[in-house]
Ligand binder design. Structure first.
Ligand SMILES: C[S@@+](CC[C@H](N)C(=O)[O-])C[C@H]1O[C@@H](n2cnc3c(N)ncnc32)[C@H](O)[C@@H]1O
Length: 278
């Protein structure tokens, strides 16, 4: 995509089921690995696993399992008497997840599938993990209804997702930052995913715990030095005609310079909902 990004990874291809271009997949894996390493994401994951009391013997599904980080973790928690299935529509990401599981000596199954069409019978699962997936799903209500369908009575769905309107950036002119955020959000299917989850879960017949988890995903300085996501947002705004090339380059320069100095700040809030099937 164009001069700013210099890569085939674009906002329009990021985390789409059909994206198989090697550069784009490599970029997606890098983004997921960086997010896995974020202590704030680990805090939210640990909170959600404890709140839902994932236990030995549970049958679990990781919907939109990506590189399989949580699939592996769920497999360790449920032990040999449990069962974990990773459902991932992107064949390249699924292969990465399978390779990583094999390398870790963890025996879990992955299959192709969409959140809106889970390849599972009704009432067959104790725990559904669905992390930062529904922001990429245009009909998130259909996906949450599908998740509720496969849960057994007493089953729990852990729905963790971002709300990109909560994004904060330092060192980019606020007006330019807003234009970049609008450009970014225009390319994400469901950019304010988190705020709709309570309504969608209750509509699907689930009960939502009143204690909602949240954690700001704060990007490390090294990610903000020439940030790929900022480049893609800037490039999109230039393509939309809402930002000049000069404004885009200045915003990226300014963020990189702040990151070089060690004080750049960029974050988005991820919320976690524990939803129970009565
Ligand atoms: C940001 S990644 C998150 C991956 C993983 N859940 C994690 O937290 O590391 C989004 C994932 O959702 C998957 N995805 C996109 N659209 C989907 C859909 N309609 N149904 C299921 N998964 C989908 C993508 O292929 C990608 O693996």
């Amino acid at each position: 995509m164009g001069e700013v990004s210099g890569t085939s990874f674009t906002l329009g291809t990021a985390f789409r089921p059909g994206t198989v271009d090697a550069d784009a997949v490599h970029a997606m894996v890098s983004v997921l690995d960086a997010q896995d390493a974020a202590p704030s994401i680990e805090r939210l994951r640990a909170w959600a696993l404890a709140a839902a009391d994932v236990r030995r013997g549970d049958a679990c599904v990781d919907v939109g399992s990506g590189t399989g980080t949580m699939t592996r973790r769920l497999a360790r928690l449920v032990g040999p008497d449990g069962r974990v299935l990773g459902i991932e529509p992107n064949g390249m990401l699924r292969r990465v997840a399978e390779e990583r599981c094999a390398a870790a000596g963890i025996d879990v199954e992955f299959c192709q599938g969409l959140a809106t069409e889970l390849p599972l019978p009704d009432a067959s699962v104790d725990v559904v993990w669905c992390e930062r997936v529904l922001q990429h799903v245009p009909d998130a209500q259909a996906a949450v209804t599908e998740i509720a369908r496969v849960l057994r009575p007493g089953g729990r769905a852990l729905l963790l997702d971002s709300d990109h309107a909560s994004r904060v950036e330092s060192d980019i002119d606020p007006a330019v930052g807003r234009v970049m955020l609008d450009a970014f959000m225009s390319q994400v299917a469901n950019p304010t995913a988190a705020r709709h989850l309570p309504r969608q879960a209750i509509t699907a017949g689930l009960e939502v715990d009143p204690d909602v988890g949240s954690s700001a995903l704060v990007y490390p300085q090294e990610v903000l030095m020439g940030s790929q996501m900022a480049r893609l947002a800037a490039e999109q705004a230039v393509a939309d005609g809402t930002l000049s090339r000069e404004q885009a380059e200045e915003a990226l320069r300014s963020q990189s310079a702040a990151a070089e100095a060690g004080w750049a700040f960029s974050a988005v809030t991820v919320f976690g909902f524990v939803c129970r099937k009565p």
